[in-house]
Write a protein that binds this ligand. Structure first.
Ligand code: IMP
Length: 434
């Protein structure tokens, strides 16, 4: 049988996506799955992501380099769909090496990936500073970098091969941004002024890592290897499927994995959706199942719900089954990884939103209209809290019966089988199901 018949490919490709508004704990799930994988690739977003991984007593936060780098010998790739900030990338690269992580020879970047430059960050921050309709971005330049990509004036890794052309593209970008900033009343470009020389100085190092990510993934799968595609942010932040305009500027959902890694969808076998046992959101935009203030603060403290990239406090709320079902559909989820169950251990009762009440009546659909989403009233099912620690559990049977009942209902409402449950930040605090 030809090895090129997809169904006969002996490797396995799994996509890990966020099922909510990001910060679901994908970093830990990817870290656990990487132990069994050979290749890990990011496919969208940029340094707006913050993937936190705890190894023993050490905490690592990665913004660009896949968190799989913590596993020796695994190949880590940044696909064409990522917007790559070279300065941030090498900062992370060097910081990891300084902490004893061997990065050399293990990281590859797509030749087709677009560069995110200091002037993108400046524009992002300037707009957020004056806009009457703030998005609450991370200030990492994501929107402006994707704007340049879509407007066909972006600079890709491969463009650095021709220094003169790269210089003129960089100067053009800088001048264009200067004009836009002037319109916003900003005259000082600060650090961004030096980006032309700074980027050109990093060109050689970046080109040495340049590769065809899609081709590497295909070769790995044909050779029977396991590939993980690591999503950043979450479904409700997807540019097409999220709570527009309060979204990021990339396709965070599983469709984006194929496109942003450079493979077709038929190479993908599984899509694992990561969801917290509750929900959080950072930045602007509605959160229908938001807790009342006191519970909000309590869960924020219990779950250390502060942004890994910006340190901003995250808003917290009950598990939203309406969003979970929607997420299951738009991603084609084959399984769920439920994280941070332990954060709910002390609560006397727990709730799951199963529908929304809208002025037009009750709905089980996630509304396309974000204004409507901001007005819905969730219909909750309330279950008793288990009020026992779950942190030591390594099998489903170890969990308190009431915690299992909660997960059973969460699974039904989400219409997706639970495959993993995380009950703490450490690698070993994980339950595999089935
Ligand atoms: P941007 O991606 O920086 O443009 O921000 C757009 C929206 O996405 C804002 O609401 C951010 O708070 C949110 N966002 C971006 N990255 C993350 C993330 O990694 N976790 C959670 N929210 C994020």
């Amino acid at each position: 049988m030809s090895p090129f018949v997809r169904a006969q490919v002996s490797g396995r490709c799994t996509v890990v996506v966020g099922g909510q508004w990001g910060d679901e704990g994908k970093g830990k799930i990817v870290d656990v799955l990487t132990a069994e994988a050979d290749v890990v690739a990011r496919y969208q977003g940029g340094a707006n992501a913050g993937h936190t991984v705890q190894v023993g007593d050490e905490t690592f936060i990665f913004h660009l380099i896949p968190s799989g780098i913590l596993h020796p010998g695994k190949r880590c790739l940044l696909g064409n769909g990522v917007v790559l900030d070279p300065v941030q990338f090498f900062k992370e690269y060097e910081a990891a090496e300084a902490r004893g992580v061997s990065v050399e020879g293990r990281v590859g970047v797509s030749r087709r990936a677009h560069l995110l430059l200091p002037y993108h960050k400046l524009l992002d921050r300037a707009r957020e500073g004056i806009s009457a309709r703030k998005i609450g971005t991370t200030g990492r330049g994501i929107g402006p970098a994707y704007e340049d990509k879509v407007a066909r004036r972006g600079i890709r890794v491969v463009d650095l091969k021709d220094p003169e052309r790269a210089r003129s593209l960089l100067v053009e970008g800088l001048e264009r941004t200067r004009a836009k900033l002037r319109e916003l009343g900003v005259e000082d470009l600060g650090d961004a002024e030096s980006c032309v020389e700074e980027t050109l100085a990093l060109a050689g190092r970046l080109l040495a890592l340049a590769t065809d990510v899609g081709s590497e993934i295909q070769q790995a799968l044909l050779a029977g290897k396991k590939v993980l595609l690591e999503g950043a942010q979450g479904t409700a932040l997807d540019i097409d499927h999220g709570t527009y305009p309060y979204v990021t500027s990339s396709n965070t959902t599983a469709g984006g994995a194929a496109c942003g890694a450079g493979i077709g969808p038929t190479w993908i076998h599984e899509v694992l959706g990561v969801v917290k046992a509750y929900i959080t959101r950072v930045g602007e935009g509605p959160l229908p199942t938001a807790f009342p203030p006191e519970l909000d603060q309590k869960v924020r403290d219990l779950g250390s719900e502060y942004g890994a990239t910006t340190g901003r406090p995250r808003r917290c709320g009950w598990y939203d089954g309406v969003l979970a079902r929607y997420s299951s559909r738009v991603n084609g989820l084959t399984g769920l990884a439920v994280t941070k169950l332990d954060v709910l251990d002390t609560l006397p009762e727990v709730r799951i939103a199963v529908a929304y009440r809208t002025p037009e009546g009750e709905t089980r659909e996630f509304p396309a209209d974000t204004t409507v989403l901001g007005q819905v009233e969730p219909v909750y099912e309330t279950l008793p809290g288990w009020q026992e620690p779950t942190v030591g559990a390594t099998r489903l049977e170890d969990l308190p019966a009431k915690a299992r009942a909660y997960l059973d209902r969460l699974e039904e409402v989400s219409e997706t089988p639970i495959r993993m449950i995380s009950v703490g930040t450490r690698r070993d605090q994980i339950i595999r199901v089935g």
